[in-house]
Each structure stands twice: as C-alpha cells, then as structure tokens.
Ligand binder design. Sequence first.
Ligand SMILES: [Zn+2]
Ligand SMILES: [Zn+2]
Length: 489
Amino acid sequence: MELKKTILIGLSTVGVVGVGYAIYWDYMRRTNPEFRKKLKESKKRAAKQKKAAEKDAKVKAAGFVRKAVEEVSNESLPVDVTAKEKYFMEQVAKGETLLSGGDDCFLEASLCFYKALKVYPNPVELIMIYQKTIPESVFNLVYEMMSLEVKKKQAEYFDNFPPKDMNVKIEEISQNASYDDHVRRGLFAIKDFSPGDIIFNELPIVSALDPSLETGDYCSYCLKELTGEQFSEESDLFEAVYCSKICKERATDEYATLLFISSDQNDSESKEARLVELVKSGNVKYPLIIARFLAKMVYEETQKVASGVEEEYSTWDHIERLRFLSVPATDKEAKEIKLLRDLFSKKVPGMEEFISEERYLMLKGKLMYNAYGINTSRSNENIRENTDETVRSSKAPVIGAGFYRVASYIAHSCDSNTETRFPNRNHELSIVATKPIKAGDELKISYIRTGQRNSENRRSELETKWRFRCTCTKCLKESEEYDEYPNPA
Ligand SMILES: [Zn+2]
Ligand SMILES: [Zn+2]
C-alpha cells in the first residue's frame, strides 16, 4: 500500500492552496454533478454485482456512519500542530492496518480515515489522495461521513447565527399570499428597543463604491469620505485610493492583489486591466463586488490553511440561505463571467470551474435582492447617483453598496420600524429602531424611498426591483385591501 508515502508527500505541500474548504463544501453539496455522477455510477456497478448482500451492508454502514459522525463531533480533537500530526499519523496507520483485514474491517477503517481528515490542514488535498489510494467502498464511507457532517452543520446554522450579542434572531415565517413557495425567513428582535436605539452594527462581507466615484474622494475599501492623507498602491491597475494604511492593507490582502495587480503592468489587454475597464467604463459595481467576493473567499481559504483555524461557517455558508432574484443570462453577464473565469483561472486552481454561469447569476441575484445602499458623504453635493443597479435604500443619494450577512434578512415594509445609518461614515452599517420594538417583533426596513409616494407607486418599484407585491399595512390600508389579508406584513 502506497498510502502512507503519498500522504507524506501531501503533507509536505500543505502550504499550497488549491480549491479550498468553501469550494469543497459546496462541491460536497452535490453542486459538482460530475463527481456525483461518478459516485452514482460506481454505486450502480457495485449494486449490480451483489445486490442482496449490499442491502444489508448498506443499512449497517448507514448506522455506522451516523454513529461515527456523532461520536467524532463529541470527541475533542487535538489542537496544536504537533499533536495534530501525531493524531493524523496514528489514524492513518490504524486505518491501513485495518484495510489489510479485508471487507469486515472496512467500516472501522473508514472511521480512522475520517478522523485523520478532521485534523488535516488541507482536506481537499487529502480527499484527492484518498480517492486514489483507498478502496472505493471505504472512500465512499468517508464521503458519507463528510456529507453527513456538512448536513448537520447546515441544520445547526440558525442555532449559531447570528451571534446573540447582535440582539436578533432569524426565524421562519409562515407564508402569506404575497410570497412564493420558498421558505421566508425574517429577522426578529430578542429584546426591547426604543426609537433611536442601535439594534446592531455590522460590517459588510464586501462593499464597493459606484465606480464613477473612484476618483480620490472616497476610500475604495471602507467608502469613507477622504479628508486627510491618502494611501494608494503604485502597481494597482484599479488606481484605488484609501483613507488609511489599514484599509489599504485589507484591500490588498482580501482582493486587490488577486484582481488588480498584473504580472505585466504595461499590458492593457491583461485580464486585470480588462476587469478595470469593464467596471469603470460601465460604472457597474456588481461585477466588482462579485469579483471581490470571490477573491475574499480565496483569501479566507488561504488564511485557514495558513493558520489551521477553521471558522465555523464560511462566507459561502453565510450567503447560501439568502433570498435572491433570478437573473437572466444576457451577453453582458456572459462577458462578466468569461472575464472573471479567465482572471481567476490564471491564479487560483479550481476557480474556473467554480465560477459557473449558474453560480455567477445566483451571486448577482443575491446582491440585487440583499445589498444595501451606502452613503457616507457629509454634503451630498456633486453625487451623481447610479440608479441602474438595485440596492435597498430609503434615503437619497447612495455612493455605493454593501452586502451584509445579518441585515440581509430584514424584510421590507413601507411602514418600517428600523432604518440604516452609517454612524462612522464608512461602510459599517447600523440598524436603528425608528419605533418602539418589543422582544419577538419582526424588524422591517424600507427597501425604497417612501416619501410622499402612494401605494401604487411604491408597489410598482418593489415589483420591478424585488418582484413582490407589497402587502404591508400601509399599502393595504391605502389600497383598501386590508380585510383581504389576515396577517399583513
Ligand atoms: Zn478606508
Ligand atoms: Zn408597502
């Protein structure tokens, strides 16, 4: 058996980042049809060979897998590097010995390989090694354990998120006539608030200025209005300007190096230069936010591999449950997808496949549904707003947009009980109570500027941009439909 040798080689290349955890989790969640097809095919083949015996074994294996995952989740795994290495080698050695015991020992062997995987710094790499080196039936068992663990983690998501100190919880809402068949979730207060109270503050996953404002008036990273010293990076093709060293460093680490620093600075046809051209000439922030989002995901993976610390939920986990609009694939999107795929494929293995049309359109649809308009400007003078890209905003004007994990869950009402503020005059969002709110109340925010508009006018904007017919109390009263809805929003 070559397993140990291969793994030792694998260990020595641990620093290399390829397809990361988030991509891998996603891949496990059946978004890689090829992999699932292969798995299915191999399952079919095996099933043909020994049907009856298989059935019994399957039932036994499923029980074993369930128990194993439960057990391992309660076990405290080693934390420091040396202990992890020792544990890893022990499990692999034990697994190998069990393999030589034949079919009867395969269940126990799979548990060892699963345990080893739990402490290995780059699980994707190890999965690939397993695939080549351990018997298929054992590999499938390890795969089942990983899948089950992912499912469990997914199911527990809303128990752990948002953190309690944000004063809110996410809950499912029973359907009413205005919504489609999807589960709708809303954000609920877990304590009382008075008008003017900050309910929670939140930093965005990613944000961006309207590209036409990337002229040195605002920080390209935190969107703060620039007044004092400015910072920039000479080799940055996007020519971003920052308010501080910290913003510059964050932007550089999270996305700028990947997106805007080309190996050939003078090549105006480089992928990086073409991304700048696409974003700036079209004054479109969404392709830019998506590019930053994908780059940030890669950055998080790199951090995880480097530090060995795994955040419980990745950025991808966070956005996965958010509502989104379905965006049709036009030539414009096709161009954006191609450009990003070309750019990422050059630098990050696995990303070309990850940026599928479906996934890109979904990300864009999530931004269009959930992003909040940001305004950090003091004077509001000279702001020519870009109104082509949908953002939630009850106040004019906006200078950019941010994508927020928790605030995204707030539903719309023309008669809202909260509003957004940017008290630090940067992209940090505060959700502030505008009415008395009791623990258990759902938070509502206006996605649009309500002003003196009548319900027809408001509804028409909401229907165009968010594709729902508003059934808030205000709209129902104004349109005299109040009695038709038992539970108005
Ligand atoms: Zn800044
Ligand atoms: Zn309404």
